[in-house]
Design a protein around this ligand. Structure first.
Ligand code: SF4
Ligand code: SF4
Length: 642
């Protein structure tokens, strides 16, 4: 069967496209895409350029016109775009099988109007008896596959979309489109993701049709990153090139990155409306600042990022009265950005917030923490359980009424001695509340000395012997309820990575998608260390927290903190103050000497003892607290001036 399969990678090109003008960087990116496709199919894949103006089909390297007769031979023809290659589990078998049955088979997602691939056999799609209409159909289909971000669907549709959209084969086995909470809602919509085919098509059109001058030697990651930065700085989809540069810098452990952080986590207020016993928050330490829409408007560099989280550190974002306006602004200004936030869910239903969230925010993560009102009261010292359930029910109704899959509702629990026995009941509760994913965080008691709060004796590590059977039972109920579960492994099998105990992951709801797929287009590059050798916080996430009244600068509202690990408690408010400055100012902050030092510490032991300890140990284990506190104090003292 496979020997009669002919595969083509389609890339949009302008009518002025000249193959001999392709730069070395363009060549390497296209070659990496072809290699990826050939890896999927284990067959040669031919690159085809589709001229956007005419729908004409050319060989990408020779510019030779490809006549309809090229697709009239025996066998199955499969055309894919670069978006198909970003999929972790492309539906190759299904496409071939459907085409073999005479169908015009398409892979795509009707919810976001995205198409990834199509396959046919001559009898099923092209008719030898009418070559003119067959050519029109093929041109229309190829135009549809190579749609770019600045084009509306009607420009490329050729009147055909309604004939296949309901029969799309999903490009991935998992993703928000599979949400069990929304499974009975037909024709539900969502925004395209940051790496949707239309955005990747645009990036590759720029790569081949407007190549930057570059002289990149094979395997040379520095020159490659340099050329990608040139693409980024003139691109209409800069986050794609930024993500590739970030991937290179992260893999190399560059100490002064040129890529903007792909994820920005911004605290929109430091105030909270409850006072959980596992959290360091106190009303007396909070400052009443709220981020305003005009401040967000200054963050033009978000065009380089793929994700904006509207929460970071302590604080409840729904208390910010401007949050709906901020969400609407981001959604209109940066259609590619994936937004989300953590919330306790108590005030979710006020202030037109649900209106703004549905259809604009990709995910919302509710801190549930308990399986009953009594247990919730013990954790959070107020009667919020029923309110949260009611607010989630309103959110769910709004999603269903508007037939929108967004936001995906997720839940979490900070696991401690007092709610340990709630754990196996949580997946059933999640399903009842329309929550598709549950994350269990082990309680982190570092620095907790307040007798009114939980302390080291309440950590998961302190009650591990009772945890094993509960862990097994929770996995079973999560599977029964189709709730995706991320949960700390019981002691006997656990390791740790950058301060976090290893968590087991079960995608029972089939909703999880890969948010870092672009590394596969950098396969020609050589890196000295295996992937994941360096702490990801220092390259991939800019965490911007609110200042508070624990000694932070009285003149600042926000500052950049390095990670959510042990160094999150260090007061950097006077050194890494975040003042909503312009792009240049933000990049300078991202390259601040404190972060440079910590990035250097990823390469060599002895530069930061805290990072050395954190890299190889479970820092949530109370046995580590004493040395961590001492080493953090030494870090603060030694680097007071940087
Ligand atoms: S809701 Fe969040 S910020 Fe507020 S007290 Fe609880 S854990 Fe802390
Ligand atoms: S302490 Fe260092 S290694 Fe650990 S999470 Fe923070 S920056 Fe990363």
């Amino acid at each position: 069967m496979l020997c009669r399969l002919k595969c083509y990678l389609v890339i949009p090109v302008s009518h002025k496209y000249k193959p001999h003008k392709l730069s070395s960087c363009s060549h390497q990116l296209v070659a990496a895409a072809i290699k990826q496709a050939e890896g999927f199919f284990r067959l040669p894949v031919m690159p085809i350029g589709v001229i956007r103006r005419s729908g004409e089909c050319i060989h990408l390297y020779t510019r030779k016109h490809m006549n309809i007769r090229a697709f009239y031979g025996r066998g199955t023809y499969l055309f894919m775009n670069v978006g198909f290659l970003a999929s972790d589990s492309p539906p190759i078998e299904q496409l071939i099988q459907d085409a073999g049955q005479g169908k015009w088979a398409w892979s795509g997602q009707a919810s976001s109007d995205s198409v990834h691939a199509m396959a046919f056999r001559v009898k099923g799609f092209l008719k030898k008896t009418s070559s003119v209409s067959s050519m029109d159909r093929l041109s229309g289909a190829l135009l549809r596959l190579t749609t770019c971000s600045n084009e509306s669907l009607s420009e490329t549709d050729a009147g055909q979309s309604s004939s296949f959209e309901n029969e799309f084969i999903a490009p991935n086995v998992a993703g928000i489109d599979h949400s069990p909470a929304m499974e009975n809602i037909l024709d539900a919509k969502r925004r395209p993701t940051a790496f949707d085919p239309r955005f990747l098509n645009t990036a590759f059109m720029e790569i081949v049709s407007k190549p930057v001058a570059s002289n990149v030697g094979p395997l040379d990651s520095d020159d490659f990153a340099h050329a990608l930065l040139k693409y980024r700085d003139r691109s209409t989809v800069p986050w794609i090139f930024n993500a590739m540069v970030n991937e290179i810098e992260y893999r190399k452990g560059s100490t002064s990155p040129e890529a903007f952080p792909p994820e920005v986590h911004l605290s929109t207020t430091g105030m909270c409306n409850i006072n959980c016993r596992f959290c360091g928050y106190e009303q007396s330490i909070a400052r009443p600042n709220c981020v305003r829409p005009e401040q967000i408007q200054k963050m033009t560099y978000l065009r380089h990022s793929q994700t904006l989280r509207l929460s970071s550190g302590l604080g409840e974002p729904s208390l910010n009265p401007y949050l709906p306006e901020i969400i609407n602004f981001i959604s209109e200004s940066f259609p590619h950005i994936q937004m989300g936030f953590f919330s306790n869910g108590i005030a979710l239903n006020g202030n037109k917030l649900l209106d703004a969230i549905v259809g604009n925010v990709n995910w919302i993560h509710i801190s549930l923490n308990a399986a009953s009102p009594e247990s919730y009261r013990e954790q959070c010292r107020m009667d919020g359980f029923d309110r949260i359930a009611s607010n989630l029910s309103h959110l769910h109704s709004a999603k269903r009424d508007r037939r929108n899959l967004m936001p995906l509702a997720m839940g979490s629990m900070v696991l401690n001695r007092k709610n340990l026995f709630d754990l196996p009941k949580m997946p059933t509760l999640c399903r009842k509340l329309g929550i598709d994913r549950l994350t269990i965080f082990p309680f982190f008691a570092l620095g907790s000395h307040d007798p009114a709060k939980f302390g080291p004796d309440d950590t998961l590590a302190a009650c591990m012997p009772r945890y094993g059977p509960l862990y097994e039972e929770t996995i079973k109920t999560a599977e029964q309820n189709r709730v995706t579960l991320e949960i700390p492994a019981p002691d006997s099998h656990s390791g740790s990575s950058f301060g976090m105990p290893t968590r087991s992951f079960y995608d029972f709801a089939q909703i999880e998608s890969n948010e870092w797929p672009l590394g596969r287009f950098l396969t020609g590059l050589k890196f000295d260390v295996p992937e994941g050798s360096y702490c990801h916080f220092l390259w991939r996430y800019a965490a911007i927290g609110n200042t508070n009244n624990t000694g932070h600068s009285p003149h600042e509202t926000h500052f950049l903190y390095p990670c959510i690990g042990p160094l999150s408690s260090v007061d950097l408010s006077r050194r890494t103050a975040f003042r909503f400055k312009d792009e240049k100012g933000f990049l300078k902050l991202w390259q601040h000497t404190v972060l440079t030092l910590l990035r250097k510490a990823q390469h060599s032991p002895g530069i930061c003892e805290v990072c050395d300890l954190c890299r190889n140990n479970n820092v949530r284990d109370p046995a580590q607290f004493r040395s961590l506190e001492e080493q953090t104090a030494r870090f603060v003292e030694t680097h007071r001036k940087i």
